[in-house]
Structures are given as C-alpha cells and as structure tokens.
Design a protein around this ligand. Structure first.
Ligand SMILES: Cc1cc2nc3c(=O)[nH]c(=O)nc-3n(C[C@H](O)[C@H](O)[C@H](O)COP(=O)(O)OP(=O)(O)OC[C@H]3O[C@@H](n4cnc5c(N)ncnc54)[C@H](O)[C@@H]3O)c2cc1C
Length: 276
C-alpha cells in the first residue's frame, strides 16, 4: 500500500552517513511488512538494501568461542537461502527450507523479504527465529555509533513485536557456528490453512556427536522458547511434559489448551523424523 505520510526515502550506501536518527525514522529492507499496513508514526524510511549486506559466507571472529561461523547478511533475501549452493554436509539447511515454506506468504514475498526483516519484525509467528535459536545462532547488532555487539538468538526476541534492539540499532548479520550446520534439523508448522499464519511451530535440532537435542517452540508462544535435552537420559515423556510450564497464546484463533496440544503433536512428529 502507499504510505502517504512518508516524506523522505533515504538509500545510503554507507551506514555511517545515517547519523541523525530520531523519531519518525524506520529502517526498511524488503518492505513486505512495512508496506503491508499503515505506518502513521513513520515519516522517513532508510532503505538498507543498497548497503550490500546480503552475503552468505564463512567468517572467523577473533572473540568468538564458537569456531568458524556461517554469516548471513541482514539483507539476504529469503529466496537466496533456498538457492545458495550449500555443501551437502550442511544438513541444517533443511531447517531453512522448512522455515521458508512455513511462511504464510506468496513467492512474491519470499523473493524480496529479507532475513533481517523477518527476525527484527519479531512476529510471534516469525518463521526464521525458531530455526536460528535451534542452531544456537547469534546476531551482530550495530548501534547508533556503528559499534557492534553480539546477542544470542535465544535472547533477542523478548515478546511479540519486541526485541532487544534499541532506537536506531540494526541487525547487521546472523552468525551460526559452522559445526551446527551439520546437525539434523526438522521444522514443523501447523496452521488451519497454508495461507494462514502458523498456530504452532516446532523445530528440532539434534547433534548426533554431542548427543544433544534442542527443541524450539514458536508460533504458539509470544517469542521462541528453547528446550534442551540429553537424549541418553531423557525419555519421550520428558519431552512432552517440558511444555507444561510454557505460557501459550490464547486468542480468537485458538485457545492456549489447543495450542499446547498441537505443539505436543508437532513435537512427537519432529522427534519421529529425527529418529527418536
Ligand atoms: C501476505 C503476508 C504474509 C506474511 N506471513 C508471514 C509469516 O507467516 N511469518 C512471518 O514471519 N512473517 C510473515 N509476513 C511478514 C513479513 O513479510 C516477513 O516477516 C518478512 O520476512 C519481513 O522482511 P522484510 O525484509 O520485508 O522486512 P521489512 O518490511 O522491510 O521490515 C520489517 C521490520 O523490520 C525492520 N527491519 C528490517 N530490517 C532490519 C534490520 N536489518 N535491522 C533492524 N530492523 C530491521 C523494519 O524497520 C521493520 O520494522 C507476511 C507478510 C505478508 C505481506
């Protein structure tokens, strides 16, 4: 839709040139959400697509204890995650595919929506956040002085449409330990129909070598919730009981009880797919 109150559209090629951040400014990436509803409080859009932050590459960060990292730039379009020539050993790519096909949107949206836009929008039905939490990713965030800090994906989203980002901060890139890309991953989503937002999402990630199982609940809760298990000592009953103390969303689309039940069904299917 047209946003009639926008009077300035900036396309910086260098982020350091955006210095006077204030009220009424907003970053725009793919724009698939920003242009889908009225934005009465915004008068200036700062397009970050021209910054060239759409890389998918391996990096070593001197301060990281997680070894070599896969870096995915914030403006990487979702479609690029599907089309990238991934190494076969990166079994976790299945999780990216699951997340993108779980989006209740057309190919038109998938072509332009970005990784950063999806994560920063932080919808409770957000499709990428659960897989990033499952893979123990972290996010590099730039502040207004363009200094960077790293935040764990599991801590980033603190509610529905709420993140740790402060005014003027932006997500620069997602960092995933390369070893975690070799985990077995299964992404499950349930919605009334495919074009409806998800009612529940469950992502399972299993590290065969470290014998660790991570389950992430999304869609049915306000922000992704991580549950960690040691499958050598825990049983199917533990996995099911682990959702007992989670607060599920209760709204016109489904009760909390219903969402809990659906989540348990998805957990069961996810575990079966991972060989448990
Ligand atoms: C029909 C339809 C169905 C949809 N279904 C789903 C769905 O099922 N699941 C889902 O998760 N989403 C869904 N969306 C919402 C949205 O389109 C996607 O989440 C998309 O990935 C957002 O990415 P974008 O690049 O278009 O973000 P934009 O619309 O450009 O931006 C979204 C928000 O993120 C901020 N932002 C963008 N990039 C950054 C950055 N690097 N740093 C800081 N802030 C940033 C913007 O300021 C804005 O507030 C749907 C949208 C439509 C139109």
């Amino acid at each position: 839709m047209d946003l009639h109150n926008i009077d300035k559209f900036l396309c910086p090629t260098d982020i350091n040139k955006v210095s006077d951040w204030g009220e009424g400014l907003s970053w725009v990436a793919g724009g698939t959400w920003l242009f889908s509803e009225p934005q009465p409080n915004i008068n200036t859009l700062v397009d970050i697509q021209s910054l060239g932050w759409d890389e998918i590459e391996l990096v070593n960060l001197p301060d990281s204890h997680q070894g070599k990292l896969l870096a995915i730039g914030a403006t990487c379009p979702l479609i690029k995650l599907l089309q990238h020539p991934w190494l076969c050993e990166y079994t976790a790519v299945e999780g990216f595919k699951g997340a993108i096909s779980a989006l209740s949107a057309s190919l038109k949206v998938v072509n332009v929506a970005t990784v950063g836009g999806n994560i920063c929008l932080a919808l409770s039905v957000g499709t990428l956040a659960p897989i990033m939490v499952a893979l123990d990713a972290s996010y590099e965030i730039l502040n207004r002085s363009r200094k960077s800090r790293i935040v764990a994906a599991r801590d980033f989203q603190i509610g529905s449409r709420q993140t740790l980002l402060e005014s003027g901060e932006l997500l620069r890139r997602v960092l995933i330990p390369v070893e975690n890309m070799k985990w077995q991953v299964n992404y499950r989503r349930f919605g009334i129909v495919a074009s409806d937002p998800a009612l529940a999402i469950v992502v399972g990630a299993y590290n065969r070598f470290g014998k660790k199982l991570r389950l992430v609940i999304g869609g049915s809760v306000v922000a992704p919730q991580l549950l960690e298990f040691d499958p050598r000592v825990e049983t199917g009953l533990n996995y099911m009981a682990s959702v007992d103390n989670i607060d599920f969303i209760e709204d016109a689309r489904g009760s909390a009880v219903y969402r809990r039940e659906i989540t348990q069904v998805l957990i069961r299917r996810c575990l079966e797919s991972l060989g448990f």
